[in-house]
Unconditional design. Sequence first.
Length: 167
Amino acid sequence: MPIPKPLEIKATEKEIDILLDIVNKHSSKQILVKRAKIVLESLSGRNNTEISNDLKMDRDIVSIWRGKWALNTDKRELEQSNDKKLKELVIKILSDKERSGAPSVFTSEQITKIIALACTDPKDSGYPINHWTPRELTIEVLKTGIVESISVTSIRRFFKRNGNTTR
């Protein structure tokens, strides 16, 4: 079965310079470097399988980013006269879209207060224990009014996620 011909893409010299700058800068995010390499390799006329083998990534990923580059040709053409805006657009094209998600349940102030409480001695709050457990910490957080409600599981998960452990 013949390999389908890959989507043909184009780039101006300015765009190629921007892509090369992303690839060569040590401060570039590695995900942007990989995607810039996909575009640069695609411009050389190589097919998605060759590129995916060289870059050690899934062929579908190569196809997706090649397609996104092609899809944004018109937008890139509009920004050719402004180098700064063109660079911002190229980075935006190579970046992931913003993802929605549940809003934060706790404010940073509440989190800071929970951490500060966890750093205190439980005996100072009248608990006959040497170290906070998630259960006792939850009770104390609720008692002090730091938050209106929080579960033991949330306390445990919060400290696990931040590299700390409670029993």
